[in-house]
Design a binder for this molecule. Structure first.
Ligand code: SAM
Length: 383
């Protein structure tokens, strides 16, 4: 179904107004990019989960409902693997414009966008900088080809390539800015060699656990990339390699050896205190931990936060505290999962409850570390 031009232009303009009113967008150049970009053309269909059974269903953005979603600050899942895990999505426009503003792009800058996905971020960059200054890579060839065709259909012809974004795109370097919309456990060092003097990288660094990371704004100076985390938090899907698309296998829960105790640490750091959740990874939280909720069988309301590790270990922390302010913790399996979070919470309290901008990253050719307050701080952890 083709759409009348004024139907989407009106919606795109309203989206730009909404992002501005919500405080996500402050600059006229990005506002006009949002207002001029037909997101529904770049995302002709997306997947959403049904409320009853969390099954994925596809939605066409030519339908009124799909069109509304395309022009709302919502992430739209655009590709699923054979196990129904999302492989790609069109990032929510409010987050993308906040990131583009943080990136501090200037006229004539050359930008590499890692994680082309639907091409929406690339389209905004093309509008702002012109096609010849924009390059983008994605590891998925089908996504790159689809984005190439759709971007061309709306008049953009950036340089696109199917690559592992960890390698950058050296043949079109140097870049003044690199923005990645997939997360990385460490900053890919090949990027440093592809950056012009005085350039900047914006990337979601997430060492090992889901949601446990932030947006690092790193400046290239001398032999290093260095900078702080932004106040704006984000959690992108992880950067995958061409041969590792499968998520980590989890052993069945180890139900023996159940240990119960209480904790004063609030139970959902992955939502309520993402700095503590990041720090937990440096206090012994194993890689590949997944998080969830246990529902109360009577009310069907969330009763406990849950964590599971690939080795079958699990933790269950009640959401409601008892009269003394403590939550019940039940752990099973060989690895204590809640202890690293408690330890990280104590570290966070000891250092005056730091927010994201007190933390930063330094990356050199051989070492990367996360620090608190300044790069030479005694409070630091190797990445
Ligand atoms: C959240 S989506 C990007 C969304 C995109 N910014 C947009 O506006 O549509 C993340 C993308 O990163 C891609 N990706 C994952 N691993 C990658 C890698 N190693 N190199 C390049 N792209 C990768 C995925 O295929 C996916 O399309």
């Amino acid at each position: 179904m083709s759409l009348r031009e004024d139907a989407w232009t009106d919606l795109a303009r309203r989206l730009a107004d909404r992002l501005e009113a919500d405080g996500a967008l402050h600059t006229p150049a990005w506002k006009s990019a949002v207002a001029a970009t037909p997101r529904h053309e770049l995302v002709p269909t997306f997947y959403r989960q049904t409320p009853e059974h969390y099954e994925w269903e596809s939605v066409d953005t030519a339908t009124p409902e799909g069109l509304d979603a395309a022009y709302s600050p919502t992430t739209l899942v655009t590709s699923l693997d054979e196990r129904d895990h999302p492989l790609s999505s069109s990032t929510k426009p409010d987050l993308i414009v906040s990131m583009l503003e943080l990136l501090d792009v200037h006229d004539q800058h050359r930008v590499l966008a890692v994680g082309t996905g639907s091409g929406y971020t690339t389209a905004l960059l093309c509008h702002r900088l012109g096609d010849r200054n924009v390059c983008s890579v994605d590891i998925d060839p089908a996504l790159v080809e689809a984005a190439r065709d759709r971007l061309a259909s709306i008049g953009h012809h950036p340089t696109l390539a199917c690559r592992d974004g960890a390698d950058g795109l050296p043949e079109h370097a140097p870049y003044d800015r690199i923005i990645a919309t997939c997360s990385v456990p460490r900053v890919p060092w090949p990027w440093a060699d592809q950056l012009a003097a005085g350039s900047t990288v914006l990337v979601n660094v997430m060492p090992a656990a889901i949601n446990a990371g932030g947006l690092a704004l790193l400046h290239h100076s001398g032999d290093r990339l260095e900078g702080r985390f932004a106040g704006q938090w984000a959690s992108f899907m992880g950067m995958r390699s061409a041969d590792s698309t499968a998520p980590t296998e989890h052993r069945p829960p180890d139900t023996g050896n159940s240990r119960s105790r209480t904790t004063a640490t609030p139970p959902t750091p992955w939502w309520d205190n993402t700095v503590v959740w990041l720090l937990a990874q440096f206090h012994g939280l194993p890689a590949g931990v997944t998080i969830g909720m246990r529902l109360d069988p009577d009310t069907a309301q969330p009763a406990a936060a849950t964590m599971t590790a690939p080795d079958g270990s699990a933790a269950d922390i009640t959401l409601t505290a008892s009269g003394d302010g403590r939550h019940e913790v039940t752990e099973t399996g060989p690895t204590p999962l809640w202890e690293p979070v408690e330890h990280a919470h104590r570290t966070w309290l000891t250092h005056g409850k730091p927010e994201w901008p007190r933390l930063g990253i330094t990356a050199t050719a051989h070492h990367q570390w996360l620090w608190m307050d300044h790069p030479d701080s005694a409070v630091h952890w190797p990445l």
